[in-house]
Design a protein around this ligand. Structure first.
Ligand code: FEO
Length: 402
């Protein structure tokens, strides 16, 4: 690999990680990922924007060599997470006069996470600028657009935004610039669902703020560059700002088949009433696909057998995930089976403290389902269909999904 030209003064020096399959020991990466870093050459000074995951430090080093970067004045650290900051110690050692530029909160985190010495750190305030001679970097603080220290960097003369994780995608691809395709759309949505959705409110404010900037190019820290920023901005506006869709996400687990029988019936009942359904067996589920479904769903239903008087651990995990990801869902419900007693529904509902949804009447069945249990599921499906209709929720379109 070697550095790649974006413009006469901006170069990509990051790393492709084709083989990585898991992030944070949690998030599946079916398409690998990239750690993007960029060199900006002004007439007076040179800056590196972000570094790469420590496993790929050698690639960044080779790319800087290939670009013949003999002196680095600034290393802009938009975000302290190690997939972007992990190479800092090595790059700082190679360029001993380079200053690390970041928010005050990021300086604290770099000291904590990487033991970066304070005399190498320069903190910048929101809106502050840094001249590279004929080029100007403007720093936009974006706290809790993911982490508390997050910063976006805007290169004024080229109308280029470097937003770090925001607008990113876990996608290793040979093309430097985005090929707008269903594969890329899904990668961006997966990334949004897993990483950004919990911060949708803050992202909404920053989408509005970014409306004040002319943006000709977006260079994120993961995935391809957007030469047509409106492509990703429109996707984010839809996911962040629009109402949820006429869609129920069903996440279930079964032990001896009763909860699967209930799931089969409920799925059919919802479809018959015009409600879209996405169904996930929690055994071996790709949590990225489940998270993507939550971006759009107005209703979340969790199906569980009862284990030791409570929900199955897989259902507990699903409820924890839903709560952590803070989707837009307005309604939640629990259904399932038990042998002699259960508190599964109240325990699952109690986990959803971040959502404040309307909790629908649960359907908990003793033993194998009978006709009256299926009738109860029909009533649940009636309720969901009428609530979606009352809220005026639309079905998904190809544009709103991916
Ligand atoms: Fe790509 Fe929050 O790190």
């Amino acid at each position: 690999m070697s550095a790649r030209r974006i413009s006469d003064r901006v170069f990509w020096v990051g790393a492709l990680d084709w083989d990585r399959r898991l992030f944070d020991s949690l998030v599946p990466l079916p398409d690998g990922t990239t750690y993007n870093a960029y060199v900006i050459r002004g007439s007076q000074a040179t800056a590196l924007i972000d570094t790469v995951d420590p496993t790929m430090t050698h690639v960044l080093q080779e790319n800087l060599t290939s670009l013949d970067v003999g002196k680095l004045d600034y290393i802009i650290c938009n975000h302290a997470e190690q997939d972007h900051s992990g190479s800092l110690p090595d790059i700082m050692a190679r360029f001993p006069s380079a200053k690390v530029v970041c928010t005050p909160r990021c300086a604290e985190l770099l000291s904590l996470l990487l033991h970066v010495p304070s005399d190498r750190l320069v903190t910048v305030q929101d809106g502050e600028t840094l001249s590279l001679g004929d080029l100007t970097l403007e720093f936009i603080h974006a706290p809790w657009v993911h982490w508390p220290e997050t910063m976006l960097t805007y290169l004024r003369e080229e109308s280029t935004l470097f937003p770090c994780d925001l607008f990113g995608s876990h996608l290793a691809a040979s093309e430097l610039s985005a090929l707008e395709s269903p594969q890329l759309g899904e990668a961006i949505k997966r990334y949004y669902a897993e990483i950004m959705m919990p911060f949708a409110r803050n992202i909404a404010k920053h989408l509005e703020r970014l409306g004040n900037y002319e943006i000709a190019r977006i260079c994120p820290s993961h995935g391809p560059i957007y030469d047509r920023p409106e492509y990703v901005l429109a996707l984010y506006r839809e996911w962040v700002l629009a109402e949820p869709k006429n869609l129920a996400t069903i996440a279930y687990v079964t032990m001896h088949g009763s909860t699967r029988m209930l799931t089969d019936h409920l799925v059919a009942a919802l479809i018959a009433r015009g409600v879209g359904v996405e169904r996930f067996d929690l055994v071996g589920v790709d949590i990225g696909r489940l998270a993507m479904s939550l971006v759009d769903a107005a209703t979340v239903l969790i199906g569980t057998p009862t284990v030791l008087a409570g929900p199955h651990p897989s259902a507990v995990y699903a409820a924890h995930l839903v709560n952590a990801l803070r989707p837009k869902a307005k309604f939640v419900g629990v259904y399932g089976s038990y042998g002699w007693g259960t508190r599964a529904d109240e325990q699952l509902a109690a986990q959803l403290t971040n959502l404040r949804p309307q909790v629908l009447d649960s359907v908990l069945v003793k033993g194998m389902p009978r006709s009256e249990d299926y009738a109860a599921l029909d009533r649940l499906a009636d309720t969901i269909a009428s609530k979606h209709a009352e809220a005026g929720l639309k079905s998904r379109t190809p544009e709103s999904g991916s």
